[in-house]
Design a binder for this molecule. Structure first.
Ligand SMILES: *[C@@H]1O[C@H](CO)[C@@H](O)[C@H](O)[C@H]1NC(C)=O
Ligand SMILES: *[C@@H]1O[C@H](CO)[C@@H](O)[C@H](O)[C@H]1NC(C)=O
Ligand SMILES: *[C@@H]1O[C@H](CO)[C@@H](O)[C@H](O)[C@H]1NC(C)=O
Ligand SMILES: *[C@@H]1O[C@H](CO)[C@@H](O)[C@H](O)[C@H]1NC(C)=O
Ligand SMILES: *[C@@H]1O[C@H](CO)[C@@H](O)[C@H](O)[C@H]1NC(C)=O
Ligand SMILES: *[C@@H]1O[C@H](CO)[C@@H](O)[C@H](O)[C@H]1NC(C)=O
Ligand SMILES: *[C@@H]1O[C@H](CO)[C@@H](O)[C@H](O)[C@H]1NC(C)=O
Ligand SMILES: *[C@@H]1O[C@H](CO)[C@@H](O)[C@H](O)[C@H]1NC(C)=O
Ligand SMILES: *[C@@H]1O[C@H](CO)[C@@H](O)[C@H](O)[C@H]1NC(C)=O
Ligand SMILES: *[C@@H]1O[C@H](CO)[C@@H](O)[C@H](O)[C@H]1NC(C)=O
Ligand SMILES: *[C@@H]1O[C@H](CO)[C@@H](O)[C@H](O)[C@H]1NC(C)=O
Length: 248
């Protein structure tokens, strides 16, 4: 009996130690940074944008929240040095018109907002050899009170997916277009080719989402190890105490 009651606190102490070390290792990664960054802009609302071709079939479907990040040269200069200011624009789905066009090897999604003062296009291309589609170009034209913005790049390779499937990324993703312009996407799902019956094909998830799913797996694994350790400790304790009774 004395053996039994001495073993239990020991096992409990061991578990407590494990829990504390586990907690500390997690708390360390969650520790707040010493410098608090400025509050991030609000998350854009998720919009649904479709492109229909001449005979009424949907040829491109996209669902995403869009945030434009443009670095603009403001009119004010300090000592002949151009001052850049950041222009962050969340596209509001109910104020954004979408259209576009599709042909056999490319598909264009055209978005317009701000009473035609901001136009944005996404150009998707396909590589029939590798059976892949990808975002190959992004173009932005915007009229602002102080300036005219025109940024484009047609040698991009983003959102790569397999033909017949859709590309999906729940996490925020930053697509750098030029040195002064990037697009942040949120909860994105897109399919520019091979749509059947206005439905997305099987979704292919981006790496960011897969990394995200690793965290619960790691936590689950750690918990499983903990349970195993506790179980083994308990069994060893029980075996010893049983042995103790038998010798009496
Ligand atoms: C009409 O749709 C079919 C597929 O459903 C396509 O093969 C054909 O090219 C389309 N025609 C036009 C004019 O868009
Ligand atoms: C916008 O881009 C700049 C760099 O060009 C970056 O420092 C900033 O964090 C970005 N902001 C957002 C909200 O993406
Ligand atoms: C602008 O130039 C003046 C005189 O050359 C200098 O005193 C000042 O520090 C400069 N300001 C900045 C922000 O560079
Ligand atoms: C657009 O959506 C926003 C937020 O959902 C809402 O506040 C606004 O009234 C809507 N505007 C129009 C024109 O529907
Ligand atoms: C924006 O452009 C479209 C297409 O050219 C046109 O139909 C629409 O009337 C324009 N809207 C405004 C507010 O200028
Ligand atoms: C922006 O303007 C350029 C030059 O006029 C044009 O080639 C491009 O298609 C425009 N992009 C958008 C999104 O309207
Ligand atoms: C298409 O894919 C093939 C095979 O992966 C590759 O060799 C080729 O360079 C790709 N073409 C383009 C235009 O990306
Ligand atoms: C956006 O597109 C519309 C329709 O084609 C056009 O009237 C308008 O001038 C464009 N805006 C900019 C900033 O290029
Ligand atoms: C996708 O559509 C193209 C024609 O637009 C066709 O050649 C190709 O075989 C289709 N691929 C799949 C995987 O459905
Ligand atoms: C266009 O994008 C490619 C690939 O991201 C990059 O290497 C290139 O510098 C970009 N071009 C411009 C003008 O920003
Ligand atoms: C695009 O198509 C999907 C599937 O048919 C539909 O659920 C969605 O409402 C459409 N979006 C728009 C803006 O028409």
């Amino acid at each position: 009996m004395t053996q039994h009651s001495r073993k239990q606190p020991l096992a409990m102490g061991f578990i407590a130690l494990l829990v504390v070390t586990l907690h500390q290792s997690f708390a360390a990664t969650d520790a707040p940074p010493t410098v608090t960054p400025p509050a991030p802009p609000a998350r854009p609302e998720r919009g649904s944008y479709n492109v229909t071709n001449g005979n009424g079939t949907t040829c491109l479907m996209a669902q995403m929240g869009l945030q434009l990040n443009v670095s603009i040269n403001s009119a004010t200069m300090i000592n002949a040095t151009v001052i850049k200011t950041l222009w962050i624009l969340n596209l509001q789905p109910n104020l954004t018109r979408s259209s576009g066009s599709c042909d056999s090897e490319s598909a264009t999604l055209w978005l317009s907002t701000d009473e035609n003062k901001t136009n944005l296009t996404f150009l998707f291309s396909m590589n029939a050899t590798s059976s892949k589609f990808y975002l190959s170009g992004v173009s932005l034209n915007a009229t602002r009170p102080d300036t005219q913005v025109s940024e484009s790049n047609h040698s991009l390779d983003y959102l790569r997916g397999t033909l017949g499937r859709s590309y999906m990324c729940r996490e925020e993703q930053t697509l750098a277009v030029t040195s002064d312009f990037s697009v942040n996407t949120f909860q994105l799902q897109v399919q520019p080719f091979n749509l059947t019956g206005d439905q997305f094909g099987t979704a292919e998830e981006c790496q960011l989402d897969e990394d995200d799913m690793l965290i619960p797996i790691i936590v689950g694994g750690a918990l499983a190890v903990l349970v195993l350790v506790v179980l083994v400790a308990y069994l060893i304790g029980r075996k010893r105490s049983h042995a103790g009774y038998q010798t009496i």
